[in-house]
Write a new protein. Structure first.
Length: 724
């Protein structure tokens, strides 16, 4: 069974010989190693034909080497292409034995097989995107085509149902794909083979008729061409003239499309004249020659040179009455036009998609493949091209697969979290990890085209803020934010609940403004944040109540802090916002950005969820906000009271000297027992800049302190924080 078997020895010799015949460089030992590896891996398997399975990878490798020769790596990959899928050998072993390059191709061939079966592939747009993004290496496609070609050539051994299914898939998907790749010959063969299994009667009928007419046809075409050739020679034109061969399936297609019998399709001979010239006028000269020789059919003349087709196809088409009164279609074009015509598919995409840059690349790519197949021998250039071929077209999207092989389209730099949300928000909300290509990876792993992703979920897992840093899709961002907001709301609700239960139990009562005052005292920007802290368990209710008692929040009857009072002083002509019953529970608070204190010109700003924020009129922040929505401004006034306490900020500049901090704080505290909230000193060289926040009753209180500070030795400047 092994390599010593004369049959396999001959196979190997054939393969090596074919490789050397068609490929520029052949690593014999690598080919031999792959040959032996595949032989061993498949030793227990049989094909439907009853042959040892190995005959399949061997023939696929032969097709690659002979019919679509690129390099030895492709041949090696062809030999190994079914090893992973069908035997117990795995990718790790293959990497070890044959390296990453071969393994990636083999892996790609395995994956692309599943994709070709998908429904999504049947749309042209998806074909293109798939082939551009999925196939990092063109050799994956080559092996896949060779694989399919061999399967089609040996399709007679499987049952009829399978024959039809595979033939249909081939004609629907593989053949057009091959065409797009510029693999004309592969395309024709795939089509004709499929045709055979889809409609055997029609196939055999056409095959028989062609055979019987071949000689006659060749004779006729020569008879038609000879006088034209003579004339072209007289004009010194360089040309290539040929009767375009017709393939079975294309004849059949035309019969169906035009609803005509075989004879009428087949007997419409077609001749193509390709001129080696850059002068378009030579085409018209040639047309003149043809028309002088044979009578043209008037309404069958098309000048696609003057008016190219939208896909930039250029050619003259004319139908003339040839010898024996038979119709002959003649196409006339320059070599350059011919090349463009050959790239017609790419041009077609250009027309459809209007993605000029990408299509340009696509076109280059197809040209490149064509060049490679047409036996370019500059091996170094080829290597570079292969390197650069890691397709970076359509960089904005990647294609990844579910464990079942379903295709998901995601933006570049997507992570398993994006993938999870793309499948379902429930999966997103509970994803705890992921397997990419079978390996467990962290959630922030960046996915690549071709990755197979499996999300691991856990009921207890929930989104966290961190996820926002690495997700790429809008969908996941929105979903995560939604969840986080909901979570926040829940926590706030829980905190509020906790608070209210405790208050009820202790038979205390706090008005909305009591809570606002308390929150402020505890240095929360809003009661919401206070409740959140409670909900998160960051603060203890008993401690809070002690503070409330100490500060006497409840009993402190400070007019300026009573919202009712405040509201009553405000004008009420702004949509009635402020007038909602006498004891309106509308929250209000003092803006942190500018820390207004009594005496400052102030203005209210209606916020969502936090009642009214009171800003200084000079506050930059307020200015910006009011530009957006001036209707939210509410006039407010300070009540006349000396009992309230407010935070104010001072910036002090001076000469750095020992004890300056102490002097500043002493100056503040010694004036009417003023409390300092915070103090910060930065020194650079010999100067210091301090910022102090302190509790004051009103602007007068603050002014006195500023005056005192200014009098300190070494203090240059004291000013109030403007809005930051
Ligand atoms: Mn195969």
């Amino acid at each position: 069974m092994g390599i010593e078997n004369p049959k396999y020895k001959k196979n190997l010799d054939d393969l090596l010989q074919t490789c050397h015949q068609h490929l520029p460089n052949v690593n014999d030992s690598l080919v031999i190693k792959a040959f032996e590896f595949a032989l061993e891996a498949h030793k227990n398997d049989l094909r439907a034909s009853g042959e040892p399975y190995f005959s399949h990878p061997f023939e696929v490798a032969m097709i690659v080497a002979r019919e679509i020769p690129l390099d030895d790596i492709t041949v090696v990959s062809a030999l190994l292409h079914d090893v992973i899928e069908d035997t117990e050998f795995n990718l790790d072993l293959m990497i070890k034995e044959f390296g990453k390059e071969v393994t990636e191709i083999v892996d790609g061939v395995t994956k692309i097989g599943g994709i070709f079966k998908g429904q999504e592939i049947t749309q042209a747009e998806n074909y293109r995107k798939l082939l551009l993004s999925m196939v990092k290496d063109v050799r994956v496609i080559l092996v896949k085509f060779a694989d399919r070609l061999h399967n089609m050539r040996t399709l007679e051994f499987v049952n009829q149902d399978k024959q039809r299914r595979i033939a249909q898939e081939t004609i629907d998907i593989y053949a057009p794909f091959a065409n797009r790749f510029g693999l004309g010959q592969v395309k024709w063969e795939l089509e004709d083979l499929s045709f055979k299994y889809i409609d055997r009667n029609a196939y055999e009928d056409i095959a028989k008729k062609i055979k019987s007419k071949r000689k006659e046809r060749e004779t006729y075409i020569n008879k038609f061409s000879d006088p034209i050739i003579k004339s072209l020679d007289q004009y010194n034109l360089k040309y290539e003239i040929n009767g375009r061969p017709k393939h079975l399936y294309s004849i059949y297609k035309k019969m169906i499309k035009r609803n005509k019998p075989f004879e009428e399709i087949y007997d419409l001979f077609a001749i193509r004249i390709i001129l080696d010239t850059n002068n378009t006028n030579d085409c018209y000269t040639t047309l003149g020659i043809v028309n002088q020789m044979y009578l043209p059919v008037p309404d069958r003349f098309k000048d696609y040179i003057s008016i190219p087709k939208t896909n930039s196809y250029q050619s003259i088409h004319t139908t003339v009455i040839g010898p024996d009164g038979r119709l002959v279609e003649v196409q006339i074009r320059t070599r350059k036009m011919h090349e463009v015509a050959e790239k017609g598919v790419a041009a077609h995409w250009k027309y459809k998609e209007n993605k000029a840059t990408s299509d340009k690349e696509l076109e280059n790519w197809i040209n490149w493949i064509r060049d490679v197949f047409e036996g370019a021998s500059k091996d170094d250039a080829r290597k570079d091209l292969l390197e650069s071929f890691k397709l970076n077209l359509y960089q904005d999207e990647i294609y990844v697969f579910t464990p079942k092989g379903d295709l998901r389209r995601l933006p570049v730099s997507s992570t398993p979290v994006d993938f999870a949300f793309d499948i379902h928000s429930k999966i997103g909300y509970h994803c705890i990890g992921a397997k990419v290509n079978g390996k467990i990876v962290p959630l922030d792993t960046v996915l690549h085209s071709g990755d197979q992703v499996e999300v691991i979920t856990s009921k207890n897992q929930h989104p966290n803020k961190n996820w926002l840093k690495f997700v790429a899709t809008h969908k996941s961002k929105t979903a995560i934010k939604k969840w986080l907001n909901k979570e926040e709301e829940d926590i706030i609700e829980a905190g509020k609940d906790l608070w209210e239960k405790k208050i009820k139990k202790l038979k205390l009562s706090f008005t909305a403004s009591d809570i606002a005052k308390l929150s402020l005292n505890l240095k929360y920007e809003s009661p919401k944040l206070f409740y959140r802290s409670l909900g998160e368990g960051k603060i203890n209710i008993d401690e809070v109540l002690t503070i409330a008692k100490d500060k006497d929040v409840k009993k402190e009857k400070i007019p300026s802090l009573e919202f009712d009072n405040f509201a009553s002083l405000a004008r009420t002509d702004i949509g009635g916002v402020l007038v909602d019953g006498k004891n309106s529970g509308i929250m209000y608070s003092y803006a942190k950005c500018c820390n207004p204190i009594p005496g400052d010109p102030v203005i209210g700003y209606i916020t969502v969820g936090e009642g009214i924020k009171i800003h200084r009129k000079t506050c930059n922040n307020l200015l910006k906000m009011s530009e957006k929505d001036p209707s939210k401004l509410v006039p407010v006034q300070w009540p006349e009271s000396k009992d309230s306490i407010f935070v104010a900020g001072l910036r002090i500049l001076g000469k750095d000297s020992a004890g300056i901090l102490n002097e500043i704080s002493h100056t503040i505290v010694s004036y009417q027992n003023t409390n300092i909230k915070s103090i910060n000193i930065n020194t650079t060289d010999s100067t210091f800049e301090g910022s102090v926040t302190l509790f004051v009753h009103n602007i007068e209180h603050l002014s006195r302190i500023m005056e005192r500070l200014r009098k300190l030795k070494g203090v240059y400047n004291v000013e109030r924080f403007e809005s930051s």
